[in-house]
Design a protein around this ligand. Structure first.
Ligand code: TXA
Ligand code: MG
Length: 353
């Protein structure tokens, strides 16, 4: 809890688990903490989450305090079985059958909420974001806690989501009761969120690891609003303001977008000249363009594997933060998990070229 001066003075217990060989006793200890309205950081397959008993207003308030998260931003309720969807939301069996095909997995569903879920979780809305994660540690923690776990990503509000143990230790040590370290995450971007409350066709609210094609297979049709691509309105490009930056490191991110690789590289090489100590984050296939130019660069995935780009994205943003004076990043195509990557990058960007 904050000590009144906005500082945190909590003692955090760090538990290390091997997701492939989980020691049950360790998870049980953390689950007991959840039962006692304490806060527990835990790994999921997308990013690390900062959890507490989702049925306790007192516990959920601690999440908002630890993150510095505004109370009008609702949380995702994490559950460990399909039955819980019936317990916490109003959902037809026909719809449940469809979403079951995606469970457990990196996707969150917005549904009409039942009374039992406290208003603090949903920020007073009558809808609930609910997700059954695929990570064995997350599932066991929820199961042993015997309550659903409300959890946002375990970063300080506005910063890149944590994908590695170092990240959660840096952001959350001293602010939560427990941190479960379970290695690196599988996807590296937050879950896909779809809204199932607006008519018959699901609407994507946040792109993530489950791509639109997969959703079309299951739901037949899917609405992808423009904001899903994270594109800034033309006017805002002229005056990039803090207001539109999310997931943002302190070092400015310059995103370079172009369908044609040669043109994109040219723009990157031009932009590099504007800084004293820039870093270029590029696709593996483009290393040849930069290595002879005496340019500081690192690779962030390859053209043939956007999943690799996704899993390295927040790691790179954190690794080079405050080590360089600009991160100039090559964009990728808006397809598959690339949509999620570009959504996060466009939001993190100080400037888009
Ligand atoms: O992968 C994930 O989803 C991770 C892991 C920890 O599960 N969690 C995560 O939570 O990304 P968070 O709080 O960082 O992002 C949740 C997003 C927020 O943008 C929030 O506004 C939105 O979900 N959200 C929550 N409840 C909602 C609701 N009822 N309607 C619409 N959006 C909602
Ligand atoms: Mg977040």
């Amino acid at each position: 809890m904050p000590n009144g001066k906005g500082e945190f003075i909590m003692e955090t217990k760090v538990i290390e688990v091997d997701p492939l060989n989980i020691e049950e006793e360790k998870i049980k200890e953390a689950a007991q903490a959840i039962k006692e309205d304490k806060t527990v950081v835990f790994p999921t397959e997308t990013v690390y989450g900062l959890g507490a008993n989702g049925l306790s207003e007192n516990a959920v308030r601690k999440i908002f305090e630890a993150k510095g998260r505004p109370y009008d931003n609702p949380l995702i309720l994490h559950v460990s079985n399909v039955r819980s969807f019936l317990e916490y939301t109003y959902i037809s069996y026909a719809l449940l059958e469809k979403i079951e095909r995606l469970l457990p997995g990196p996707i969150t569903f917005v549904l009409k909420k039942r009374e039992v879920v406290p208003d603090i979780v949903t920020a007073g809305k009558d809808t609930l974001a609910i997700r059954m994660p695929a990570h064995p540690v997350a599932l066991k923690l929820i199961e042993y806690a015997e309550v659903p776990i409300a959890a946002p990503s375990a970063n300080i509000s506005g910063k890149p989501s944590p994908t590695m143990s170092e990240h959660v230790l840096k952001d959350m040590l001293g602010k939560v009761d427990y941190i479960i370290i379970g290695g690196k995450v599988e996807f590296g971007v937050e879950s896909t969120i779809i809204d199932l409350t607006q008519g018959k066709i699901p609407i994507i609210l946040r792109p993530g690891p489950i791509p639109p094609e997969k959703l079309k297979e299951i739901f037949g049709d899917i609405i992808i609003p423009d904001f899903v691509y994270g594109k800034i309105e033309p006017d805002y490009i002229k005056s990039p303001g803090m207001k539109y930056r999310h997931y943002a490191p302190n070092t400015p991110v310059i995103l370079v977008e172009h369908d044609d690789a040669n043109t994109m590289v040219k723009k990157v090489l031009e932009e590099v000249k504007s800084y004293n100590n820039p870093l270029v984050l590029c696709l593996k296939e483009h290393v040849g363009y930069y290595k002879d130019h005496n340019i500081n660069f690192d690779t962030i995935g390859s053209e043939s594997n956007y999943y690799e780009f996704a899993v390295k994205l927040f790691e790179m943003l954190r690794k080079y933060d405050e080590k360089v004076d600009a991160m100039i990043i090559e964009g990728i195509e808006d397809k598959g998990i690339g949509i999620a990557v570009m959504n996060r990058l466009r939001k993190a960007a100080y400037q888009i070229l």
